[in-house]
Ligand binder design. Structure first.
Ligand code: T46
Length: 132
């Protein structure tokens, strides 16, 4: 299993950098929701769930954090440490986020509005679903 990174086009000049994220262009779905996670204390792990249908792209717009991704057969760990690329996470992928730097701002673009019913928060249930 490999992490699916999306590398964004950077527009840089003497004033700094700019990255544009556009639905169905460099983001492979219609963007219905954006949220961000920040102020995560050291040694905290978040996530511990998969989604039934949701697709997301996670971008560390400041600082860094790590993801563990698990498709039920394999796992992979990867680090997000730049606003110039994102991590695509499709449905039925268990994720955990960890090793947040103090200044980390993790922005996530999502294909659907928030819906708790789309979460699979039980790992046993997740493994049964992906083995079907
Ligand atoms: C994911 C990872 C990367 C809302 O009310 N609206 C929202 O859009 C979201 C994302 C969360 N919430 C509520 C639900 C919980 O009461 O905020 C609380 C914290 O959410 P959660 O514990 O699910 O946060 P994480 O960091 O474990 O997971 C989040 C996303 O929920 C999830 O979809 O893939 O970030």
């Amino acid at each position: 299993m490999e992490p699916e990174f999306i590398y964004f086009n950077e527009i840089t000049d003497g004033r700094g950098g700019l990255v544009a994220l556009e639905q169905n262009r460099n983001i492979p779905f219609e963007i219905k929701r954006v949220y961000y996670i920040y102020g995560t204390p050291e040694n905290v792990r978040r996530g511990f769930h998969a989604h039934k249908a949701l697709q997301q792209v996670a971008v560390c717009v400041k600082g860094a954090c790590s993801f563990l991704l698990d498709n039920g057969r394999e796992t992979v760990d990867c680090r997000l440490d730049s606003p110039t690329y994102g991590l695509y996470i499709g449905n039925n992928i268990w994720r955990e986020m960890y090793d947040f730097t103090e200044d980390c701002v993790l922005m996530v673009l999502a294909s659907e509005l928030y819906d708790e019913a789309d979460y699979i928060r039980d790992y046993e249930k997740f493994t049964l679903i992906v083995q079907q």
